[in-house]
Design a protein around this ligand. Sequence first.
Ligand code: GLC
Ligand code: GLC
Length: 645
Amino acid sequence: MVESASLDHVSGQQVLGAVARQAGIAPGDRDWADFEQRFNRHFPDLARLFHSLYGSRPDFQDQLTSLVLECARAWKDRPANLKVLDSEREANSDWFQSNRMLGGVCYVDRYATDLEGVRARIPYFKELGLTYLHLMPLFLAPEPLSDGGYAVSSYRVVNPRLGTMDQLRDLAAELRANGISLVVDFIFNHTSNEHEWARKAADGDPRYSDYYWIFPDRTMPDAFEQNVREIFPEDHPGSFVPLPDGRWVWATFHTFQWDLNYSNPEVFRAMAGEMLFLANQGIDILRMDAVAFIWKRLGTSCENLPEAHTLLRAFNAVCRLAAPSLLFKSEAIVHPDEVALYIDPAECQLSYNPLQMALIWEAMATRDVSLLAQALERRHSIPSGTSWVNYVRSHDDIGWTFADEDAAELGINGFDHRRFLNSFYVNRFPGSFAHGVPFQDNPRTGDCRISGTTASLCGLEDGTAEAIRRILLAHSIAFSTGGVPLLYLGDEVGQLNDYQYALEDGHEADSRWVHRPQFPAERYAQRNDPSTPEGAIFAGLRRMTAVRASAPELAGTRLIPFAANKRGVLGYQRPGEGTLILALANFSDQPQVISAETLSGFAAEALDVLSDAQVRIDQGFVLGPQDYVWLRVTAAAPGFGSPLS
Ligand code: GLC
Ligand code: GLC
């Protein structure tokens, strides 16, 4: 074992000097002066993080110098308008916590044909109130199998079917001019098998073989597979796939998605370069794909290892140096304790909230809010300077990621409960309203997840008024618990499952395509007619967006639990200055009375902000089936209700 070289021997000034020479910087260069300032502020962090990953290597200092050189070059290339944005965002660092934030996500091709088509939809995005647009992976990828673009063949080339890098840059600028931040994926756990690095690795080039986890025979793969989970068991068993020359390469997801080897510092440096290239196109937020998987160690599950966090922090430090306004959103669909660990201003400022997502569906099926209420109480609070991204569903399957320990406290057996939820959502449970489809059904482990659009999971096919109410109820939670609400575009007009995927080349084996339909043009055409289901859903969501944007209580993520004292009714409070919003959501099929006593801490008069009506709550409050309210309340006067008052 090599003794780790002490960081004390690494002089920042020496690194900076070497970088200046290699980058050919002329003294007095203005960009360089800016960079030097950032370097002085952030280098110590970066060096410490990089050292904790790679300090034991004899070439540590050279590796660090090349990394800083990559940063310096990227800073030099960073367009002037983005540098202005960098300073604005530094001065207004909580911009993404605003109650005006509303996200939308779509596939470029399915929603708008190409990047030009996305540009043409900007007026609609403004009508909807979007301030954040996540375009699903749009880079060069193998055809027809690319996992929806999650197998990237080049991070610097846009898929020619969708457009060009110039168009992406123009789109980012035009979105920004319209108040919309652009979010794209940084798929950094793996590349496609057609990436130049992968091709060279497959050809036996030793330098690029070290970019991946490639082993000469089954010895190491067998050893690793003792402890790692199968993610796509329908695609291939285990986590390794054979190469034509008899070697084995790590592929956590599909056979054509090869995991990068971050124990090699050159991989970190190369990917930092790709990341900064994207940042310089005007991307505001990177969705950090599959963060749980980026570090591997024999004898562990190879998920959520401490080094995964160090890597993210090191990437984040690279941004502070060379693309300071860029933010990270963590995609960790894992145990809630682990999800929380990625959320930190120095790591990922934003994170999907997969627990809330899953439990919205859980409460909808059981008509019992206990797990969801418990999650709000103990798992909603996150560090200042960070935010949730709250969603009802995404392009992926729904997995039941609640903690078994949490469920056990409520007398629920996690394994059995997941089986119930799976059978409920694929409509094998008597009385179920849902039209979902199983995903990655694994008979060996009993594991299964669910595919389906929001509307289909709520049963809109059956044409019931309840289905519309369920759709709105689910979104009311994502829109008001705190964080950026994220809509899967098309869901705002109630798009249904699309079974055509079974006939689409490359999609037939992946049921997630059932909930990735083409742009639902006819449904959008109905959106302004409130007598249609489309219009009713659209109006409800527009109302929530508008009210949210004018309710300062709904900014940030602070939430105070509220016990509505009814099994089917979720309550929570969002505190503001002097007032607060009390949200109540009825997941049951019957009207529910919230008693006067339960509400006795509040003044008699409240404002129902969604309907803009004054309501009295001192005699209790009745909530219809699948109904929700946001009440602006004030505290009861001191002594209220006491015999002396
Ligand atoms: C993420 C994506 C998913 C993809 C996987 C592999 O989980 O959301 O769609 O299959 O990563 O990149
Ligand atoms: C994600 C998750 C996994 C999910 C998959 C894509 O990274 O960890 O649970 O199902 O990728 O669907």
